[in-house]
Design a binder for this molecule. Structure first.
Ligand SMILES: NC(=O)c1ccc[n+]([C@@H]2O[C@H](COP(=O)([O-])OP(=O)(O)OC[C@H]3O[C@@H](n4cnc5c(N)ncnc54)[C@H](O)[C@@H]3O)[C@@H](O)[C@H]2O)c1
Length: 246
């Protein structure tokens, strides 16, 4: 059943571009008041204006800014119903010995700290239930030798989502992850696109990823990590159980 977002407030981080922009459009089309949060100010304002929403300049890796930013966007007592924690970056660096501390911290800051700070801030404001969807990646389910730090953060996002979901059911808050393979957004560099094309690997249409976020909301379950792959129906990934003590 399509989740009715009429009268609801929906936040999208990384909403200035790619999946976030398309998801913001879908939230607005379902009737939500959309808050676009991003470091890309001009593009973010344009997305927010187009959906009659609000823009907030927010670096998701900055814990303190989550407080002031949401105060600005929602008012100090404002409620949030949906949070799409989607902002993310890569290192595009496969060479462990040449990944600097700064590069490592930058990617962990945005992709992992950003989801932790965002989930905590969102739950504080979800007073009558809610839904959180974090954008992880297929690189959160399988190793990614071309960008190990990115893969580290996305595995952590999947683990975090699955770990906090059970503790939030009493508050009627669902928490899920979407795990797309390579998709046609500005995140992919020209070199990487060329390498994918040379390997005959198709790109996912980003619209399918945004549609999957909506499906996750509509299904209403929690603690799932949905894969999105070209030519396959998106679905929750079925984790194999690890051997137990007995
Ligand atoms: N494109 C892909 O192939 C692919 C595949 C799997 C997962 N993802 C993930 O999808 C998410 C969205 O990426 P996209 O492909 O739409 O890329 P994109 O580059 O089009 O969008 C990412 C957005 O995040 C914003 N952003 C970056 N750092 C930020 C910060 N510190 N605070 C707030 N916003 C910040 C950017 O300004 C941009 O608007 C990311 O988490 C990415 O890792 C992308």
């Amino acid at each position: 059943m399509a989740a009715d977002l009429q009268g609801k407030v929906a936040l999208v981080t990384g909403g200035s571009s790619g999946f976030g922009k398309l998801t913001a459009q879908r939230f607005a089309a379902r009737g939500a008041t959309v808050v676009v949060a991003d470091v890309a100010v001009e593009a973010g304002r344009a997305v927010a204006d187009a959906v009659d929403g609000r823009f907030v300049a927010l670096d998701v890796s900055d814990s303190a800014r989550w407080g002031t930013g949401l105060d600005e966007a929602l008012g100090s007592d404002g409620t949030l119903d949906v949070a799409c924690l989607n902002a993310g970056i890569g290192t595009n660096n496969a060479d462990l010995l040449n990944i600097s501390d700064e590069e490592y911290r930058r990617v962990v800051g945005v992709n992992l700290d950003g989801v932790f700070f965002g989930a905590r801030a969102a739950v504080r404001r979800m007073r009558s239930g809610g839904a959180i969807v974090a954008t992880a990646s297929l690189g959160g389910l399988v190793p990614m030798p071309n960008d190990p730090v990115y893969s580290l953060t996305k595995h952590a996002v999947v683990a975090f989502v699955r770990s906090i979901a059970p503790g939030l059911t009493d508050r009627r808050i669902t928490v899920n992850a979407v795990c797309p393979g390579f998709a046609d957004t500005p995140l992919l560099t020209d070199d990487f696109r060329a390498a994918l094309a040379a390997a005959d690997l198709p790109l996912i249409d980003p619209e399918v990823v945004a549609d999957t976020v909506m499906r996750i909301l509509d299904e209403g379950r929690t603690g799932e990590a949905w894969f999105v792959q070209p030519g396959r129906e998106p679905a929750p990934y079925e984790f194999r159980g690890v051997p137990g003590p007995r």
